[in-house]
Ligand binder design. Structure first.
Ligand SMILES: Nc1ncnc2c1ncn2[C@@H]1O[C@H](COP(=O)(O)OP(=O)(O)OP(=O)(O)O)[C@@H](O)[C@H]1O
Ligand SMILES: [Mg+2]
Length: 228
């Protein structure tokens, strides 16, 4: 199906309350994210990109407004329902990979599966498949410190895919990488879109990734700029 809406945000606001004042990070964002596409969110530092990404991915709740992901109304769920939803239906990749240093690459990928209730054996079999998907079959036994920055980020992508989510969110996934490693991450995203029908929502400054986006959104001072 073409251009099917998978995430819908309606009049989303996010206020951060501080001691003496409230900061309005998002001021009424309404947008749609399409299934099986790469959507890129751009904007200057402090514009509200990460705040928006976290809300679109159910990592955080809006102050007001509605967010529907995969047909589920996130704003109506309690915390327990949201975390159950998050562990199977969405995956996250961050600028700094947050791999656990004391575990091997394969174990880092397997951990979210074990948390979701799979046995260690099943989880490690799935981890092997995911290592192959990101081109790192031979590195499963390496600890994060024994991998290059680009390899670490590919492991983080594999980990985000562990529970087979339909949507992957990435916040500056190539922010720390050189152009060769960035391109390899970009290619993996495109392959996953084309072959596994994944949906991507990516915050990036990476010009190549912007060029390859199916949809580009610009956020400025907590509002999506029209015309993209
Ligand atoms: N927990 C918080 N408490 C108070 N203010 C916050 C909090 N989180 C974010 N903000 C503010 O909200 C605004 C948007 O922050 P956000 O992290 O979404 O920006 P960003 O567009 O991702 O920026 P960058 O490109 O630097 O990562 C910023 O002005 C920030 O200071
Ligand atoms: Mg940010």
């Amino acid at each position: 199906m073409q251009n099917e809406v998978i995430i819908k945000a309606n009049k989303v606001t996010k206020n951060f309350k501080m001691e003496s004042k409230t900061f309005e990070a998002l001021k009424g964002v309404s947008m749609e994210i399409y299934s099986n596409k790469i959507s890129v969110i751009i904007g200057s530092s402090g514009a509200g990109k990460s705040t928006l990404l976290h809300i679109l991915g159910a990592l955080d709740k809006p102050t007001s407004g509605e967010v529907t992901i995969n047909g589920k109304q996130i704003h109506l769920m309690n915390d327990k329902q949201v975390s159950a939803f998050r562990s199977t239906e969405v995956g996250f990749v961050f600028q700094f990979h947050h791999l656990l240093p004391e575990f091997s690459a394969a174990e880092n990928i397997a951990i979210p599966l074990m948390i979701a209730g799979k046995s260690k054996k099943q989880s490690l079999v799935r981890a092997e498949e995911l290592l192959e998907l990101v081109g790192l079959s031979s590195k499963g036994d390496n600890k994060p410190a024994e991998l290059s920055g680009g390899e670490q980020q590919r492991i983080a992508v594999a980990r985000a895919l562990a529970n087979n989510p339909s949507i992957i969110f990435a916040d500056e996934p190539t922010g720390n990488l050189d152009s060769i490693n960035s391109n390899s991450i970009n290619k993996i995203f495109q392959t996953l879109r084309d072959e596994l029908k994944k949906t991507f929502v990516i915050v990036t400054h990476n010009a190549e990734l912007m060029k390859q986006a199916d949809y580009l959104y610009e956020i400025k001072d907590g509002v999506i700029k029209p015309g993209n």
